[in-house]
Every structure is written in structure tokens, then in C-alpha cells.
Design a protein. Structure first.
Ligand SMILES: CC(C)[C@H](C(=O)O)[C@@H](O)C(=O)O
Ligand SMILES: CC(C)[C@H](C(=O)O)[C@@H](O)C(=O)O
Lengths: 351, 351
């Protein structure tokens, strides 16, 4: 199969700018690797609220369900963030999309690039050689549990709930990935306080014997937040629940020196979505300064997923070539830098 | 008043070793500053479970309630951590104590010591001059909400609940502290997803006009986990809920280069408790290698609280003197180091 239906959701802020570089890349890949991509564009987030009142219009959901993969830009707008009363929010669009598509595992690879190591706030000897793969559960936990705000505003609650079925599939996925890597899996939780964390620990203990070559260890989330910075090389594969994964994976993004480089895949039984881990970065919108690489590397993850591995590898090489030749945006080099679209074109040309 | 009743709770792991250095210090302070400390020792944590079956025996609670201040060591034991079925856990002792004493605010000052700056995993230019004060809500949220595990083990939940009264007092405290410092307060939350976070944001917005000289800003916890490492100097006073505070404050502890230096105060209307932020560090137990400084600086916070400010200042100077003269434990200097009790005595002698 070399015909793929891609749902394209540029979203808010710098989303449209970086997504158009990813499309540029896919056009070149189509030619070079004899495949065909059909793009269906959909509205999501603040953009969708402004135009339709709904952060995830039915039409967008339909396009995504029928796609072979979803290419996602970014979401979020400060207008909503500082208004605790807003009933409709851009993030609801992304959360609902994750839920509806059953994207239960968010996968974030983290590594360092030799030529960028000095960009990191961490010392070279701490991060050199760090290589972590994070599996964050994405469709349960406190994000999706019942929420309530008392109409008088006297109190509010959010429920964090996990059932066995929410945990088992992603746990297997993480164990299997560990088998392909350094055979070390760290479950991050707060099992000394939370019942849900104890359920995670119990299930991982049950599953562990099926993967006798993988060493499973546990770390409390507070300690993990420390160890990720003190000794990132301790980690190989990390498995964690939704909220802890949100915090820990963003924290871990500082290791490599630029969040503008980090891709992610969110996968389920039927669908998969690919997005940069950075957000909508509204301050940079329309300025042509956004780093397109995180989105472009998300395309590489998408190509792996679509089983066009040769294209994925070529694309990753082309990105490394751009980085090594300092053909990068201002976030990576303030002295000599190129625009979003110049960097996209440079990478496309190398393919 | 120069007579103080101190409840002393050494707890687990290295707790007893570091606490005995703090007592050594208090004995010297009593003499030098004409005050008298009466010490009542209590059991807590794993130690208390082994001896009484209860992680917080009634007697311990009574001693604490009647005290002018509680001096706390550490809590936790790996025997319980890896057993998801354990019904009684050391941590329950500390959590119950916080709740019973109404210690709603956990205060953690973070700063860098010139002579230790190179111990940090972060680069000098990132951390030099960083000075943060964290206010973590300590007796509500997901730690204390209803918890449930289905008897068949099919699912579990934890409820994060906040009411106005839980938030208002600590919010005022944080605004007031900001007024004494650089007049900048950052509320860390996840208001784009959680109802409880939106309640925090709303209340802070309501209170803000009473502190017109303080600049209030908001940051999502995932972004904060990143910014703390990328740019710790951005922060002055941080205010956050219980679970986020647990993660963020441990993460922030890496800034200064050693978690073995960081004290904390947990305060309520009537009582106050002082503890190092490091844990029970069971691997080091009984080896005489634990760093006593975090506990000793917690004593300094206690002396401030008891209004013996001159003694608190002198104690802090003595600690700085020890650090500058490299009279430290192995965690701070692997080439030339001293034992827990040598460091304690060196500091005591300087007073
Ligand atoms: C936008 C927001 C709801 C989202 C999340 O918290 O999951 C984002 O931070 C992410 O990590 O993808
Ligand atoms: C021991 C544990 C329950 C405790 C917490 O999570 O509050 C500790 O990590 C802390 O931060 O004081």
C-alpha cells in the first residue's frame, strides 16, 4: 500500500506555519519514495471555536477517523487560559479527539544531538548519551475523570480513575519497547499516596514475568522529577499515567536543548496522531521564526507508523544534516538563523 | 518567652542520624542565646509501625499538638513501597500528622551557594542568583480526597478536591511573602484541564487587588516543569496545590546542587513542623554519611518561627561557614569529606 489518507489539523498559534513545512516535506517524500498522500484539512482548537463554536467539529472528527494518520499542529490560546469561567476551551478539542480515536499511548523519544548539546541548560557530562523513550497514558486518569465545580464556586473536584483495561495495553507496549532497547523500564507513580498508582504498580508486577529480560523498577514522581535532571542516563523506557506523563515529559524535553526538536506519536488500536510536543507558542505566530523540526520529526514517526521506513530514515538524516550544518531557526542559533520556511525547504531539498 | 517545647520525630532511614545533629545544634543555641528547649521524642513512620502497628501513635500526635514546634526527620521504607497491597504505610503517619495539625502551607526556600554552584547539574549561568520560595498547599487535594480500590482490583480512583477555604489562606501567605521579596507571584496549575485548577486561578484573581504591588502570573504545570530548568531566575514566589507542589519543589531542588541542603517549614494556625526536604534515604542509614545540613537549616527556620531570629541568623552563618570551608559530607565533596556528626559538630562549634 502506497496511498495514504492524512488528516491535517494545523490548529492554533504557530501550528499552521509548522504544518505547512511538514506538508512540503511530504510532497517531496511522495515523489522520492513513490507514494501518495491525500490531505484532508480539519479545524480544531481556538481556531475551530472562533469559526464554529466547537473546538472539535464533527467534520474534523470524521476526517480523522477515516484517516491512516493524523498530522497535528498545536492548540491553545491565551484568551481562554486566563478566563476561569470559559465553558468552551481549545484543549477540549484535543482531549476529545484523543478519547474518540482511542489514542491511549503518547510516545515521546528524547535524545541529544551532538551539535546541540551545548544549548541545553544541563551540563554536557550529565546529558551526553541520554536516550529516553516515554510512554504516557493518554485517555484516562484525572484528565478524563468526572469534574465538577459547585455553581456557587465554593469548591471543585477532579477524579483520577484508572481501570485494569486502561493500564494493561500501554504497559505491554512499554515492556515491548524496552525489549528492543536497553531492557530497562521505569514506572513513575506516587504509590505511597495514591490508590491509582498502586493499581499501576500491581499490574506492572503482574505483567513483568512475561518479559523476563526486562528489568522493571519504580520511582515516585517527585523523585523522578529530580532524577531526570540529576541523572537522565539512568532512564531507558519510562511508563507513566496521564498527568505525571504531561509534567515529566515536558520536563525531560529540556535535556536535549530545544523543545523545538521533539516529536511525539499518540497511538491507539485503529488510529494514530503525530504532533510536536511544543505548544501553540502564540507570541511567535506569523513571524516565521517557529522551529519546524519537531513537526517534521513527527512526520518521520508517522512514516514509520505507515511502514514507509526508508522515507522515515531519510527524513531523519536530512534533519540531522540541517542541524549539523547549522541551518536552523533562531531558537537554536541566535547569531545565524533561517526562517521556518527556509529550514523546511533546506530539509526538503536534501531529501 | 525563652522556653520552648519541641516535639522531636526522628522517623525512618537517616532520620535519627540527622536529627541528632540538629539536637546538638539546639543544645549549643540554648546556651549561647539563653533559651531552653524541652524535647519530647515521638515515634512515626515505619519505625512506629514496627513497634506499635500504627504509623502515627496517639502519643506522638499528643506531643506534637502540645509543642511549640515539631522537628521532623524523614519517613519511608522500601519494604512498603514495593508492596501495593500494604494497608498500613509509613507515609500515612506524616500525612495524618499534617492534617491533624492543620499544616496547610509547606514553605521551601531555594537558593544557590556560591561555593557549591558547580555541583549543580545545571550550568552556572542558568542558576547563579536564582532565589525561589515555594508555597505548596499541604492538607488537601488528591492526597486527602476520597480514595478507593475495587476489592476485585478492577479499578481504583483518587479524588482531587479543593474548596475556597483550602486555597484562600495559603494564597494570602504567598502574596504577602511576594511583597517582602521581588513582588512576583507565579501560580502553577493545569487550568486548561482541571476544574480545581480553575478554582485556584479564580481565587488568586479575586485576591490579587489586595496586593496591587505584586505581579501575579500563571503557568501550566507542564510548562513550569520546563521553565524551572530553562530559566529558574524567572521565578520569585511560587504558589501551587499539593501534588504539583510535591513534584515541582523536588524538581527545583536540583537547582542548588544538593538536596541535602534544603529545609522546609510546614505551618498552620497553631502548629508548625520543620523537616529537610530529602527523604529517608535508606541506603545510607547508619553509615554516618548523611548530610545533616538540610535538617540543621530546618532548625534555622524553626528558630525564625519561634522568634529567636538572632539564633537563626547565627546558625545560617555557621552553615555557610562550613560550606565555604568545605567542611561537608561526601555528597558535596567526594575528595575530602567528613561524617554526619563531624559536620554537625563543626557547625555547632562555630556558634
Ligand atoms: C494542551 C494540553 C491539554 C495537553 C495535555 O496536557 O495533554 C498538552 O500539554 C500535551 O501535553 O499534549
Ligand atoms: C513522603 C511523602 C508522602 C511526602 C509527600 O509526597 O508529600 C514527601 O514526598 C514530601 O514531599 O514531603
Amino acid at each position: 500500500n502506497n496511498y495514504f489518507k492524512i488528516a491535517v489539523l494545523p490548529g492554533d498559534g504557530i501550528g499552521p506555519e509548522i504544518i505547512s513545512e511538514s506538508i512540503k516535506i511530504l510532497d517531496v517524500i511522495a515523489e522520492a519514495f513513490q507514494c501518495k498522500f491525500h490531505f484532508d484539512y480539519g479545524l480544531i482548537g481556538a481556531e475551530a471555536i472562533f469559526k464554529t463554536g466547537n473546538p472539535l467539529p464533527e467534520e474534523t472528527l470524521k476526517i480523522c477517523k477515516e484517516s491512516d494518520a493524523v498530522l497535528f499542529g498545536a492548540i491553545g490560546d491565551p484568551i481562554f487560559d486566563n478566563n476561569p469561567e470559559a465553558k468552551v476551551r481549545p484543549e477540549q478539542g484535543l482531549l476529545k479527539l484523543r478519547k474518540e480515536l482511542g489514542l491511549f499511548a503518547n510516545i515521546r523519544p528524547l535524545k541529544t544531538y551532538a551539535s546541540l548539546i551545548d544549548k541545553s541548560p544541563l551540563k554536557r557530562e550529565i546529558i551526553e548519551g541520554a536516550d529516553i523513550q516515554i510512554f504516557r497514558e493518554l485517555v484516562s486518569g484525572i484528565y478524563f475523570g468526572e469534574k465538577f465545580t459547585d455553581p456557587e464556586g465554593a469548591y471543585a473536584y477532579d477524579i483520577c480513575k484508572y481501570s485494569r483495561e486502561d493500564i494493561i495495553p500501554i504497559a505491554h507496549m512499554a515492556f515491548q519497547e524496552a525489549q528492543k532497547r536497553k531492557k530497562k523500564l521505569t514506572l513513575i507513580d506516587k504509590a505511597n499516596v495514591l490508590d491509582t498508582s498502586r493499581l499501576w504498580r500491581k499490574i506492572c508486577q503482574e505483567i513483568a514475568p512475561e518479559y523476563p529480560d526486562v528489568q522493571l523498577d519504580y520511582m515516585f514522581v517527585d523523585n523522578a522529577a529530580m532524577q531526570l535532571i540529576l541523572n537522565p542516563k539512568h532512564f531507558d523506557v519510562i511508563l507513566t499515567e496521564n498527568m505525571f506523563g504531561d509534567i515529566i515529559s515536558d520536563e525531560a524535553s529540556v535535556i536535549g536543548g530545544s523543545i523545538g526538536l521533539l516529536p511525539s506519536a499518540s497511538v491507539g488500536e485503529k488510529n494514530a496522531l503525530f504532533e510536536p510536543i511544543h505548544g501553540s507558542y502564540p507570541q511567535a505566530k506569523g513571524k516565521g521564526i517557529a522551529n519546524p523540526i519537531a513537526s517534521i520529526l513527527s512526520v518521520a514517526m508517522m512514516l514509520d507508523h505507515l511502514n514507509v521506513k526508508a522515507a522515515a530514515d531519510k527524513l531523519r538524516q536530512s534533519v540531522e544534516h540541517a542541524i549539523e550544518n547549522k541551518y536552523v531557526t533562531i531558537d537554536l542559533n541566535t547569531k545565524q538563523y533561517y526562517s521556518t520556511s527556509e529550514v523546511g525547504s533546506f530539509i526538503a531539498d536534501h531529501i
